[in-house]
Design a protein around this ligand. Structure first.
Ligand code: ADP
Length: 365
């Protein structure tokens, strides 16, 4: 026998959002995905049926407006897009929607229905794809140069060895040759880094404890800088295990923390402090699935708007002795995990890097 609740289950089971109003502008249907994405003030869907759509959708007036327009017979092209109003802690998602009047067999208008999909995951993929291509092209170019430099460099290292032997006893000249050797080693390291960068990363995934990984990264970062920085921890009480290449993620976080330490050393007017965080973001309302989020925030000078993409390019550095490979490599490793590396900057108030890694789904397997 047909279960009368079937229609409700059906609506809640489809992954697209759906919201409908009757001819008076009152909510007639709102499925689970619609409720989640449109953020209806935390009230259950059932309690919203029959209420004026302008009240229920007060946080998303553009959606209410599209529905009411459809009552007047105003049709929009199918697959229109709309940027929803932002939530408290994240920018509003972009939705692709279709709105249509609900017509009676006699041709009258009994209401309006708006169905939509959250386009955020597709936008993110496209954005990530563009950056991936750019990084790959830059990496290839650098690797090409590195190959050219490698042979003469090896020759120079042999020659400085010979020179050093011939200069035994001439301390002043020896000191100069030693300086030369140190510089040559630096170039050799850059060459190695750039060749390493274009090699595909093979990840060895295992179950790792995110807090342990973060603590180990902090210890490694501390051993790499010759000064001390105040560190604040903001860890969620329970953090699930993560399937990831622990060693690589530790490398990524160590690099972010060293960068944060270095950014604050001798700069910034606020007290120098690095905040480390780890938590789960349920990504509600966005068709992504739960993510584990590591945060590394500093109170340094931040990163100017026009450099926010370039800092991820290989060999982009503003440090005298920097290699510029750290963030590019980090981006590649996070990308390999199906995650994202985000940068948020409030000019003059430091930089916040977020490593977001999927907790479930095929890419996390
Ligand atoms: P490197 O540290 O060798 O320069 P990275 O790729 O790690 O290489 O960083 C590239 C550049 O990004 C840095 O030289 C710096 O200009 C900028 N940067 C990275 N992290 C921060 C930060 N926390 N605050 C300010 N600038 C940063």
């Amino acid at each position: 026998m047909h279960d009368s609740r079937f229609a409700g289950w059906l609506l809640d089971s489809v992954r697209s959002g759906l919201v409908a109003i009757d001819a008076s502008g009152a909510i007639a249907a709102l499925n689970a995905a619609g409720h989640r994405v449109l953020g209806c003030a935390g009230e259950a869907s059932a309690a919203l049926i029959g209420r004026d759509c302008r009240d229920v959708l007060a946080a998303q007036p553009a959606v209410a407006q599209r529905l009411l327009e459809a009552l007047d017979g105003i049709e929009r092209p199918s697959r229109a897009e709309l940027v929803l109003a932002a939530g408290a802690d994240r920018p509003g998602p972009t939705i692709g929607y279709t709105v249509s009047p609900v017509r009676t067999p006699e041709g009258g208008i009994a209401g309006a229905v708006l169905q939509f999909r959250d386009l955020t995951p597709y936008e993110r993929n496209a954005e990530q794809g563009r950056l991936r291509e750019r990084l790959a092209a830059l990496g290839e170019m650098a690797a090409g140069l590195a190959h050219e430099i490698r042979n003469p460099l090896a020759g120079m290292e042999i020659l400085t060895g010979l020179l050093r032997r011939r200069l035994a006893g001439h301390d002043e000249e020896l000191a100069l040759v030693n300086e030369l050797t140190a510089e040559l080693r630096r170039v050799a390291q850059t060459v190695t880094d750039s060749l390493e960068f274009v090699r595909p990363v093979a990840l060895r995934r295992e179950s790792v404890d995110p807090v342990e990984v973060l603590e180990e990264s902090l210890a490694r970062a501390r051993s790499r800088v010759p000064f001390d920085v105040d560190v604040r921890r903001d860890y969620a009480e329970t953090v699930p295990a993560l399937r990831a290449d622990g060693e690589r993620i530790e490398g990524v976080l160590t690099n972010l923390i060293v960068n944060a330490f270095e950014a604050m050393h001798g700069a910034g007017s606020e007290p120098a402090r690095v905040s480390l965080g780890v938590r789960v973001d349920a990504c509600e309302g966005i068709e992504i699935g739960p993510e584990l989020v590591f945060t590394v925030a500093d109170t340094g000078p931040g990163i100017p708007e026009d450099l926010r993409e370039r800092v991820f390019y290989p060999f982009f550095t503003t440090k005298q002795r920097g290699s510029g490979i750290g963030l590019a490599q980090a981006q590649k490793i996070v990308d390999g995990h199906g995650g994202r590396l985000e940068l948020e900057c409030d000019p003059g108030h430091g930089a916040t890097f977020r490593v977001r890694l999927p907790l479930a789904g095929p890419e996390a397997a």
